[in-house]
Design a protein around this ligand. Structure first.
Ligand code: ADP
Ligand code: MG
Length: 749
């Protein structure tokens, strides 16, 4: 096989000339390999190019048509000449126009645009005197691309699918096609190493990489192109899964301290005092965790469960088992608000068990320490000491837990809450704090379709909590058109009614200050204030101002007659931590009844009395995020109500998102829908904190079966040969296909 300096790494400037090479380099295509990975976006079949009946003014189109007639005319008023060629698909006509200073300069086009010849014409549709036309289109006449001269082979060539490449104005798709053909012609099978081993290919019925590239770039039939593309997709999945399998294998080979359950310990006493019965899901996931923790290998588990499915109790029980076995647990939360709340919740759940060493506490009880960046120096010192001495069995915190000077006596378990907000390196940094690798439990309330879990969290075993504990009254969701004053009035009346019944209301806005940048990014000092609509693909989000802002809306609500006499509080990431905490405490206690907030409340905030939520600019949020937000209400025994205030035009993707949310509370379906409404890059990016992988063709949602197959095969190959000594092409592909950051994430153990 060719090494790093092989044919595939040859610069395009050498093969195609400086000029073409530089034009391609502008598109990020510098080497042969780059160009061959520049796959066609789609294939135009004759007649399946842009339909000439549907040419829209201003649209960039490619049409396959036959030249009917051409004429060179002088411009009457000014100097110069123009060539007009009328082309037709047999039913509709289109004019091609070329201008020049003198007729002679048009000769080149005249010679190519011969009556009766077919070609593919690419340009932006304009209109002149009522006739649709392309001005200075790019074009490729049938027969020009290759050695086709006679009519029959011209017809044949015209019958081939035309690869349509992602292109630019200076490098139109047909020029790219030519470059690819030129380059492919210089290669042989030996020049193209194949990361998919022969036996795997044979089992899966896949062509070699070399053949696949030819199928994809120069197909004889569309079916061939699909066959090539399928094979390249498989390769992407296979390389990724092999990388993941390697990481799994390496982690599994690491030592961890076994933390078996201790009868009569804290866990047993906690269970005995629990005021409710565990759901059967909590019991069975609990058994999985208990088993994993008792092994001398690090547990690697992802726990996913709907908002309110009771993940916290499950995690706490795992922590207690570890404490019973002499270890400590760290709980990592994405925000200070959440960390503080987790610490409160854990202390409440534990009761006297969390008052170890205190008067009235259980004598062999433990302590829950809270360690966040904004802690006053004295409190911080105490928490640090409790962590380092082992006095605190549970240490709850934010990123601050990752700082160098945080020491644990014996860190046995790391629990990461809400993985999607956390980088993998951070997870690893914390794991590195144990003497040996601690066990790891990652929790997420965002339901993750199985294939995404396999792709993004492929190194983790997945457990799911599917039931919601009994006694929840459910939640209804209504879309409120922002422009309808009666509906808006009714919205505030509903808020009033809920508060009068002893409940509380959230009002969510995408911005903090009314004069902040639209994006909200400028406003946010805290990650949590950034609505995840910023992660949606461009074009999905209409450019519309202004978005509602927390401070402005809070002022307005204080003046709203329907809410007269209610205490309206605000919460956002720019508040000092103490004030954030105070706002949450007032709201939880009922001192304030309406909390106007950014998405800072998205994750995990638990106030059972909150029954109603109003979301402004709901159409600007992502589906999963809205679902998370909505999960903040209806957590007690009273039914929840979510009012989505939207300005989305009916029929737009934004409106579709909001309506989907009103129609279902099934988080799994919503996650799936959310994925379908986003691009793949966004999916992986969002799920992996901005890190995209080398995936070009693989569709995480649609290629579920293929990913499963690739995973099985990759697991087999890696199980037999962890270091891939016998598979250098695969090892090289793993190194090359993952970007440096991701490689680091996969390789770090
Ligand atoms: P999650 O973190 O999965 O969103 P929580 O762990 O915060 O959910 O649980 C939500 C609420 O349900 C908490 O108040 C918790 O004490 C309660 N809870 C958990 N398990 C049960 C159960 N089996 N029965 C009744 N209530 C439960
Ligand atoms: Mg939770």
């Amino acid at each position: 096989m060719s090494g790093p300096g092989g044919r595939l790494q040859e610069p395009l400037t050498r093969l195609l000339g400086t000029r073409t090479g530089n034009a391609l380099a502008k598109m990020g295509l510098a080497t042969v390999d780059d160009l061959l990975r520049h796959y066609p976006r789609r294939y135009a079949e004759p007649g399946q190019l842009t339909d000439m009946a549907k040419l829209a003014i201003g649209e960039h189109v490619s049409v396959l048509a036959r030249v009917e007639r051409t004429a060179v005319r002088s411009n009457a008023s000014r100097n110069g000449a123009r060539l007009e060629a009328v082309v037709s698909d047999g039913r509709h006509e289109l004019t091609l126009t070329f201008f020049a200073k003198h007729p002679g300069a048009l000769r080149y086009h005249e010679q190519r645009l011969v009556g009766g010849a077919s070609g593919v014409f690419t340009g932006v549709v304009g209109v002149y005197r009522g006739t649709r036309q392309l001005t200075h289109p790019d074009y490729l006449m049938v027969g020009e691309g290759g050695d086709v001269t006679d009519d029959e082979s011209a017809l044949y060539l015209a019958s081939l699918p035309i690869p349509m490449y992602p292109a630019t104005a200076s490098m139109p798709t047909w020029k790219i096609q030519r470059c690819v053909r030129t380059v492919l012609d210089t290669l042989t099978e030996d020049d193209v190493p194949d990361p998919v081993p022969l036996e795997v290919r044979a089992r899966a019925g896949l062509p070699s990489r070399y053949d696949a590239l030819k199928l994809v770039h120069t197909p004889q039939h569309t079916q061939e192109a699909y066959r090539g593309r399928h094979r390249l997709r498989f390769e992407e999945a296979f390389v990724l899964q092999a990388a993941i399998a390697q990481r799994r294998a390496r982690t599994a080979a690491e030592d961890a301290t076994a933390r078996p359950a201790r009868p009569g310990g804290l866990l047993d006493r906690f269970d005995a005092a629990l005021p409710f019965t565990l759901t059967s899901g909590q019991v069975s996931v609990g058994e999985d965790l208990a088993y994993d923790l008792a092994q001398p290998r690090p547990m690697q588990r992802l726990l996913q469960g709907e908002v309110g499915s009771g993940k916290t109790v499950v995690a706490l029980r795992a922590m207690l088992q570890v404490i019973d076995a002499g270890g400590q647990a760290a709980l990592l939360a994405p925000t200070e608000v959440l960390a503080a709340q987790h610490a409160r919740t854990l202390r409440t759940l534990l009761g006297p068990l969390a008052e170890g060493g205190l008067l009235g506490g259980a004598e062999d009880g433990t302590r829950v320490a809270l360690l966040t960046g904004s802690l006053p120096a004295a409190a911080r010192k105490t928490a640090l000491l409790q962590a380092a001495s082992g006095e605190a069995g549970v240490v709850v915190g934010t990123h601050a837990l990752l700082s160098e000077n945080v020491q644990f006596a014996d860190l046995g378990l790391v629990v990461v809450d809400e993985q999607h907000r956390f980088g993998v390196e951070q997870r690893d940094a914390l794991r590195a704090k144990g003497k040996v690798a601690p066990h790891l439990l990652v929790m997420t309330a965002t339901p993750i379709p199985r294939t995404v879990a396999m792709t993004v969290f492929g190194d983790l075993e997945v457990s799911s909590l599917t039931q919601i504990p009994a006694g929840r009254a459910g939640i209804s969701t209504v879309v409120v058109p922002a422009a309808n004053p009666r509906w808006m009035q009714r919205t505030w009346q509903r808020v009033r009614e809920e508060v009068d019944a002893g409940h509380r209301a959230y009002v969510v806005c995408p911005r903090i200050h009314p004069d902040d940048e639209v994006s909200g990014k400028a406003a946010a000092t805290d990650f949590d204030d950034v609505p995840d609509f910023l992660a949606l693909s461009a074009g999905d989000v209409p450019d519309r101002t202004p978005l509602r802002a927390v401070l402005e809306v809070a002022d307005q609500l204080r003046e709203t007659p329907a809410l007269a006499g209610l205490a309206v509080d605000v919460l956002h990431g720019q508040l000092p931590p103490a004030e954030k905490d105070a706002a949450m405490t007032r709201f939880a206690a009922g001192t304030s009844q309406v909390l106007v907030s950014t998405t800072v409340i998205e994750v995990g905030v638990d106030v059972p009395e909150a029954t109603v939520m109003v979301v402004f600019d709901a159409d600007r949020f992502g589906l999963s995020q809205l679902h998370q937000l909505r999960g903040r209400v209806g957590r007690g025994s009273a039914p929840g109500l979510c009012l989505l205030v939207s300005t989305a035009e009916p029929g737009t993707p934004a409106a579709a998102r909001v309506e989907a949310l009103a129609e279902t509370t099934d988080g799994f379906r919503l996650a799936q829908l959310d994925l379908e409404l986003r691009s793949e890059g966004d999916v992986l990016g969002a799920a992996q904190s901005g890190r995209t992988s080398g995936l070009r063709l693989l569709r995480v949602v649609k290629d579920a079966d293929l990913i499963e197959e690739a995973r099985r095969e990759a697991a087999g190959v890696v199980a037999a040969d962890v270091d891939l000594a016998a598979h250098p092409a695969l090892a090289a592909a793993i190194a090359a296909q993952l970007d440096p950051d991701q490689e680091e994430f996969l390789d770090r153990a």
